[in-house]
Design a protein around this ligand. Structure first.
Ligand code: HEC
Length: 227
């Protein structure tokens, strides 16, 4: 009797193994919701959607949060336009220029040199050629053109749009223009006091924030009414 019992257990477990290995039929699922979510899978195929796919492309004209579109094109004309028209939105404060200096030392000095004369360590060792000095009269750089080349790069100089934020690029642009002044022997541009120029903007921002606050209150009450 006992050996029959053992044998049947063995048989059953072998059988169970074969049943379990039947790939066409899934095993019994406890709480199948855990396996088969009711919500659509992020990248799943569903007929209900226009392109048959759950993941949608962003609506035309939408931009990621914290990112502003840059209106000048990556062409010679675009660069000329940025050079002529684009100005630095950040006030020329000591803080902004110092931050620009720190970033410049990290990203630009290897080629352009600490003082912007185009004699960085890579230029000295001839790893990269044709690095200009910021006072090169043929180039006559402006804060707009400095921003533009950081955004898109220029020939053998790469783009810094990924490594730096919009604000950081403008801080670097301030510092580059201060180096240009030094190289040309001009008097250093005077710093403005922090906030001196931004008083108006700040009150506008506050007013805008108040409006946003009111809108939030409205949507909240709408939501609770629906529930
Ligand atoms: C790998 C070396 C390298 C690095 C790093 C580099 N540059 Fe350049 N840069 C160049 C070269 C080479 C040119 C000349 C490009 C040309 O005219 O073909 C140039 C040109 C420029 C010009 C002149 C553009 C014009 O209008 O003629 C500016 C301004 C400039 N760089 C700023 C920067 C700033 C700011 C950074 C740091 C964010 C930086 N560069 C980092 C190599 C570099």
């Amino acid at each position: 009797m006992r050996s029959f019992f053992h044998k049947s257990i063995l048989l059953l477990s072998v059988a169970a193994c074969f049943i379990a290995c039947d790939k066409d039929k899934p095993n019994y699922q406890y709480m199948p919701d855990m396996y088969e979510p009711i919500g659509y899978e992020a990248y799943g195929e569903y007929d209900i959607f226009v392109n048959g796919q759950e993941a949608k492309l962003p609506a035309p004209g939408s931009i990621p949060r914290g990112w502003m579109p840059y209106e000048y094109e990556n062409t010679t004309e675009g660069r000329a336009q940025a050079k002529a028209k684009l100005t630095n939105p950040l006030p020329y404060t000591e803080d902004n220029v110092n931050k620009g200096k720190g970033l410049y030392t990290i990203y630009c000095a290897v080629c352009h040199g600490d003082n912007g004369d185009g004699q960085g360590i890579l230029a000295e060792r001839e790893k990269i050629l044709g690095v200009p000095s910021y006072d090169d009269p043929g180039r006559a750089i402006t804060e707009g053109s400095v921003y533009h080349v950081m955004y898109y790069g220029l020939n053998s100089m790469g783009s810094y749009a990924v490594q730096t934020s919009e604000e950081e690029r403008w801080q670097i642009a301030h510092y580059v223009m201060s180096l240009k002044d030094q190289l040309e022997g001009n008097d250093a541009r005077e710093f403005v006091e922090k906030g001196a120029q931004t008083d108006v903007e700040e009150s506008e921002v506050e007013a805008a924030q108040e409006n946003v606050g009111e809108e939030n209150v409205l949507t909240e009450t709408e939501d609770s009414e629906e529930e």
